[in-house]
Design a protein around this ligand. Sequence first.
Ligand code: NAD
Length: 250
Amino acid sequence: MGEKTMAKTVLITGAASEIGQEILSVFLNRNYKIIATEISSEMASLKEMIKHEEGRVKTFVLDLENDEDITAFTKSVLANYPIHDLVNVAGINILRNFFEWTADDLRKVMNINWVGTFLLSKAVAENMILHSIKGSITTISSQHAVAANKERVPYCVSKAGLVQLTKVLGLELAPYKIRANCVSPTFVLTEKNKHLLYSNQFLDQELTKIPLGSYAEPKDVANAVEFLSSDSSSMITGHNLIVDGGWTIQ
Ligand SMILES: NC(=O)c1ccc[n+]([C@@H]2O[C@H](COP(=O)([O-])OP(=O)(O)OC[C@H]3O[C@@H](n4cnc5c(N)ncnc54)[C@H](O)[C@@H]3O)[C@@H](O)[C@H]2O)c1
């Protein structure tokens, strides 16, 4: 009840993705002000999505592959807004056979998924400490942080790295009462990937590994983020909340 009346600010990366949009809605419902970031190619669609909420949602270009972009964003945006919650949604996946990976492609996935998330989390944690905010950092990892899957070496490694990063953040930020947690979904059904998830190969080889018998929905991820960023989870930090319908319990 009290939470609804406080004007807190959340920073959400990858905000134009379906998962990002669902998370954004959760925070709008909680009466937050929102800083939503995207790469420049997604900015038009992000602005279209939030056009009725322009007073409450500010949009900024932020390319997590680019260290200088993160530094510039820190100086120009973070310097002006106390941040109460960070949700790291942005991430990429490239499917490739083990023998076909190049150093450049490995670095691209690791830089966006892991280094970029690290650098932004650090900048936001500094912001929270500066403003004495007992905030939360919630990072979207993946079931593939825990269970390996073929053709996804850097994705699996980067997502496992996010889980471990989160545990270390849990320790290092605890003195400031800042909590850090991960949400690790199974395959999430989106418009973008439904052709793949409903292909015969996925139905046979992937859906059958989910005991609850369905893919996750963006809302399932957003519900977990809502819990981990709210006072309901005030004793939970360094945790990896797996939202996988049971995939990883086998
Ligand atoms: N869809 C799934 O099945 C699934 C499952 C588990 C975890 N996830 C994770 O959920 C998150 C959202 O994924 P999604 O499936 O909605 O995919 P998506 O491709 O729609 O979203 C990825 C987001 O990251 C952004 N992004 C890409 N490159 C970036 C960069 N260099 N800098 C900043 N942002 C960048 C994209 O613009 C997009 O908004 C990702 O972290 C993904 O790994 C997705």
